[in-house]
Design a protein around this ligand. Structure first.
Ligand SMILES: *[C@@H]1O[C@H](CO)[C@@H](O)[C@H](O)[C@H]1NC(C)=O
Ligand SMILES: *[C@@H]1O[C@H](CO)[C@@H](O)[C@H](O)[C@H]1NC(C)=O
Ligand SMILES: *[C@@H]1O[C@H](CO)[C@@H](O)[C@H](O)[C@H]1NC(C)=O
Ligand SMILES: *[C@@H]1O[C@H](CO)[C@@H](O)[C@H](O)[C@H]1NC(C)=O
Ligand SMILES: *[C@@H]1O[C@H](CO)[C@@H](O)[C@H](O)[C@H]1NC(C)=O
Ligand SMILES: *[C@@H]1O[C@H](CO)[C@@H](O)[C@H](O)[C@H]1NC(C)=O
Length: 927
């Protein structure tokens, strides 16, 4: 009986299927577009589950919108799409809107054929894994109004052809690896200076170099946001910038600009925010009194000198002036007509006097100025306070709570919010606790969601964080209304609203939105094949032809894509014997010939050898591109299988972070396996702390190194894809470059997280004595928290300069005992590195020790995550009144010159044999 019911239900289902999917053979969808969508369907993963049938336009495939028979929009943001090519997209020639944002699994090049999308007005690829150059053909998309490619791995130059896009309003290429100069036109050759209608230039966080071209700016431009921070720009700020009178936000911070500021900046009468920190400007503070609506000025660490003109404080809207770490001198005079709610930070200048004309109600900081040495009336401006940035949502729902996987919305409903972070390029307020700003933001977002008829109940914005690069980051939760969770189409359209930003928000500049993977998308199986089989068996002839056409099309396109990838990939010669599968998928890593490497190491000569161990030897060499590299050459007996080697280089080539040593290339020839890394000139942290390297690290540099190391690891745990557990964090695996920035090295033991789905990996215990997580040692279950433990040991080394185990005693125990009776800072004196100054000057020391001790807690779950460690070190540095001068590498040139006689470079080989597993762990488990 049951089985008959089952069978009949199958028949009904089958009939249903036939009726909904075979009948629309008279498809409303253009056959070419249908073929392209089917090709996408057959080669991408995780497309919306309702992509079935033969009529995307007629049956409303989620994310697909049509006008007439043509597909005009593809909104697929935030739905975990995966593909290694997008070469079918350019066949959708009717497309006007394309948004593939927040799909980290799209790991593809942008094919030159993208130039076929002649109708495209909006291209949004925020937060994916696109790589390779931005094709020149982008310049033929003459309808483009909006381009955002932020947060990918695009490399190479900015195509000058973008200058042909005369409709362009928004150009965001930030957070990529673009290099070369900013292109400007010359003769008939296009350049960005032609973009007279553009309002947004966002180029931050790339590797752009050369001068800021004067030609880029002119008085007939509409530019409102000129955002160029965190590049390698040189020369001075051109005079022409002062003629772009519509400018509201200017960011040139974190570059290598110099010279004096053009006097006509003062013509920028609409400017709200000016960010010029961390450059090498000199000369006097510019006259800003023409900037009637200036809110926010940040010019720290820029070598400004002379006296601060009193009239700057008369600007009526001024809220924040940060001029830390300059050479400003003379007498400070704020005058008497200054705006209320003014914050002025003048830390670390040379101000000798303060003319107090009234009882100032200004939040003024003068710490680190000679004026603070006199214990006079200025004393109250001579201390720093830390801020806490926790915006707690007001509780309107009483004692309500939700089952464990749901979250309570501000309207007291339990559901699954879509979460992520808004990253603001600029913001014009100081008091992060003042809810006015967030209320404005809330209203703007809700209005935008309502206007697009999105089923959004409410949003929560909380815990604002300001990154060291002055970006405001606001975590966001968007709650669904009328249902427990959002479907594909809602997620994508929320993503579109946020990254397209069809609104301006008072007090806030533009932003981009990066999401966290949404928990609850309805299951998306790869239904394509089912569709084809049933289609064939039913035999609807028109459908059959369509399906076959689509199949042929898909095959052809996939072949094209493969060819394209192979061309851009120098490893086509990989493994003729097929023992190791496909060509490795590498990002940016080069394949070196044995001959190349033999030559550049002087035939692997002893004098080029900079390290050795169980794995083999490490050589220093200079490859053809003039880059100095460290070559790790496996010796006979320690080589991996071809497959493992391939996996390793694929993994390493995906890792790109300034605090992680990056792979330059590899060699797999003549029976050799070699990994080629960037060469890091100042050796290991261990050598430096032990005095072997011959230079000394002051407290600020140690904090900086702690932060760098933590960032590198947090990247591996939280941002690398797939995430990576290092497994051998130690002070010999933290290398220092010529500016004493730290980089995490050597993933020889690394493990991918997520292979198992269990959140941990059971392995044979490996690691280095003294750094090994006791819980991992006991349970053999490896998690990210094992790295946190090891990093805690490194932090203790930074404070004490001791080796992790000295005279049989583990450093964790020593520090623990120092506090055994009373947790007094003076107890630290016994254990602290004697070469550091007396405890009083080491602000943040106690907090750093606390942090280290929390990292080495016995139970992994009690330890912080690496992300939390990063934030805590940032807080400590903030509180410690950290001198940014040590941050930008303004070190004496002696460090730069040391490169040749650097100590042993460590790809510390002893860790490779993994033989430490049998030593008893020296920490007593019951302390
Ligand atoms: C796209 O289509 C969906 C449903 O098919 C509709 O709700 C939405 O409003 C359309 N969006 C646009 C921008 O046309
Ligand atoms: C840009 O980077 C590429 C590698 O991605 C390099 O080959 C090229 O020389 C760089 N160009 C400039 C101008 O730095
Ligand atoms: C801009 O500044 C320059 C020099 O400071 C001045 O000569 C010029 O008149 C100003 N232009 C406008 C439009 O205010
Ligand atoms: C600064 O600029 C304002 C207005 O642009 C002008 O009135 C004032 O004289 C200038 N001050 C100096 C010191 O140049
Ligand atoms: C301030 O610095 C400038 C330039 O560095 C110097 O010429 C001037 O004499 C200094 N003024 C005072 C009062 O020290
Ligand atoms: C200054 O701050 C107070 C309280 O935060 C606020 O009420 C007032 O409007 C602010 N004044 C200005 C000029 O922004």
């Amino acid at each position: 009986m049951k089985s008959i019911w089952k069978m009949s239900s199958k028949v009904v289902l089958c009939l249903l299927f036939v009726s909904t999917h075979i009948l629309p053979v008279f498809s409303l969808t253009d056959s070419n577009d249908l073929a392209a969508l089917n090709a996408i369907k057959s080669s991408w993963n995780n497309l919306p589950p309702n992509w079935v049938g033969a009529d995307p336009c007629g049956s409303n495939w989620q994310g697909v919108n049509c006008t007439g028979t043509r597909v005009t929009s593809l909104y697929l943001a935030g739905t975990r799409l995966e593909s290694r090519q997008i070469s079918d997209i350019p066949s959708l020639t009717g497309l006007e809107f394309l948004d593939l944002s927040n799909n980290i699994g799209l790991r593809a090049i942008l094919p030159p054929s993208i130039g076929n999308l002649r109708n495209l007005s909006t291209l949004i690829l925020v937060g994916c894994s696109f790589f390779g150059p931005i094709p020149d053909s982008i310049g033929s998309l003459r309808q483009l109004v909006f381009i955002s490619l932020t947060n990918n791995s695009f490399s190479g130059p900015i195509p000058p052809s973008i200058g042909n896009l005369s409709q362009l309003s928004w150009l965001d290429l930030s957070v990529n690896r673009l290099n070369g100069t900013i292109p400007v036109s010359s003769g008939t050759a296009p350049g960005l200076d032609r973009l007279h209608g553009a309002r947004h230039f966002h180029f931050s966080n790339n590797q752009l170099s050369g001068p800021v071209p004067a030609q880029l700016f002119s008085s007939n431009m509409s530019l409102m946001h000129a955002i160029f921070d965190n590049n390698r720009l040189t020369g001075s700020i051109p005079f022409s910038l002062g003629s772009v009178t519509r400018l509201e936000v200017v960011r040139f911070d974190w570059n290598s600009l110099e010279g004096s500021l053009p006097p006509n900046l003062n013509n920028l009468t609409r400017l709200n925010e000016l960010y010029l920190s961390n450059n090498n400007f000199n000369g006097n503070m510019p006259n800003l009194t023409g900037m009637d609506v200036l809110y926010y000025v940040i010019m720290e660490n820029t070598n400004l000198e002379g006296q601060i003109p009193v009239n700057i404080f008369t600007l009526p809207q001024l809220e924040t002036v940060v001029l830390k770490n300059n050479n400003l001198n003379g007498t400070l005079d704020i005058g008497i007509s200054y705006p209320s709610n003014l914050t002025v930070n003048l830390q670390n200048n040379s101000i000798t006097d303060f003319q107090q004309r009234t009882d100032y109600n200004v939040e003024l900081t003068l710490v680190g100025n000679p004026v603070c040495n006199t214990n006079g009336a200025t004393a109250r401006f001579c201390s720093v306070e830390g801020h806490r940035n926790n915006l707690l949502p007001s509780n309107r729902c009483g004692a309500m709570s939700c089952s464990k996987d749901k979250v309570l919305s501000p309207n007291c409903r339990c559901s699954h919010p879509y979460t992520g972070t808004l990253h603001f390029y600029s913001f014009a307020f100081t008091d992060l606790q003042n809810s006015t700003y967030y209320e404005t933001l809330y209203r703007t977002l809700m209005t935008a969601f309502n206007r697009t008829e999105l089923p959004v109940d409410s949003v929560i914005i909380r815990n604002p964080v300001i990154s060291i690069y002055s970006y405001l980051q606001l975590p966001l939760q968007v709650f669904p209304s009328g249902q427990d969770s959002f479907n594909h189409s809602s997620i994508s359209r929320i993503g579109f609203v946020l990254n397209r930003q069809p609104f301006q928000i008072e007090y806030f500049g533009p932003f981009f939105f990066l999401d966290e993977e949404y928990c609850c998308l309805p299951g998306s199986k790869n239904s394509s094949h089912v569709g084809i089989i049933i289609g064939v068996s039913v035999g609807g002839s028109v459908l059959l032809i369509l399906v076959i056409l689509a199949g042929i099309y898909a095959l052809r396109q996939r072949k094209n894509a493969k060819n394209a990838i192979e061309k851009s990939n120098p490893f086509a010669s990989w493994d003729p014997k097929k023992e190791s599968g496909d060509v490795p998928q590498l990002q940016g890593a080069k394949c070196f010939s044995f001959e190349d490497l033999r030559k550049c190491t002087n035939n692997f000569s002893e004098s080029n050898c900079i390290g050795s161990g169980g794995y083999g030897k490490v050589y220093k060499g200079t490859v053809a591109s003039a880059q100095v590299v460290a070559i790790k050459r496996a010796q006979q007996g320690s080589m991996q299988g071809a497959h493992e080697f391939k996996t390793e280089i694929e993994l390493l080539s995906r890792i790109h972070h300034k605090n992680v040593v990056s792979l330059v290339g590899f060699c797999y020839e003549q029976g050799e396996q070699m990994l080629v890394y960037e060469y890091i000139s100042n050796g290991t942290l261990r050598d430096c702390l032990s005095g072997k390297s011959g230079f000394w690290l002051d407290w600020n540099k140690r904090l900086r190194i702690a932060l760098d190391g933590a960032r590198g690891l947090s990247y591996l745990h939280e941002l690398a894809d797939p995430p990576i557990i290092h497994r051998d964090v130690k002070s010999t695996n933290i290398l220092l470059d010529n500016k004493l920035h730290a980089k995490v090295a050597d993933f020889g033991l690394s493990k991918l997280v997520g292979d198992t789905g269990k959140g941990y990996i059971t392995t044979q215990v490996k690691g280095t004595l003294g750094y090994m997580d006791p819980e991992y040692y006991m349970t053999q279950q490896l998690t990210e928290k094992s790295d946190v433990y090891s990093f805690g040991v490194v932090l203790l080394e930074l404070v004490t300069a001791r080796a992790p185990i000295q005279q049989g005693k583990h450093i964790v125990r020593i520090v623990h005992e120092a506090f055994a009776d009373q947790r007094q800072p003076q107890n630290l004196d016994q254990i602290i590195d004697p070469s550091l100054d007396s405890g009083a000057k080491l602000s943040g020391l106690m907090k750093l020790v606390d942090l280290a001790m929390s990292c080495v807690r016995e139970s992994a779950t009690d330890r912080p995550t690496m992300g939390e460690v990063v934030r805590e070190i940032e807080n400590i540095m903030e509180l410690a009144n950290f001198d940014k001068k040590t941050d930008t590498g303004l070190y004496s040139s002696s460090f730069e010159e040391r490169t040749d006689e650097s100590p042993l470079h460590s790809f510390a080989a002893e860790a490779f044999d993994g033989s430490y597993g049998s030593f008893p762990f020296p920490v007593q488990r019951h302390q």
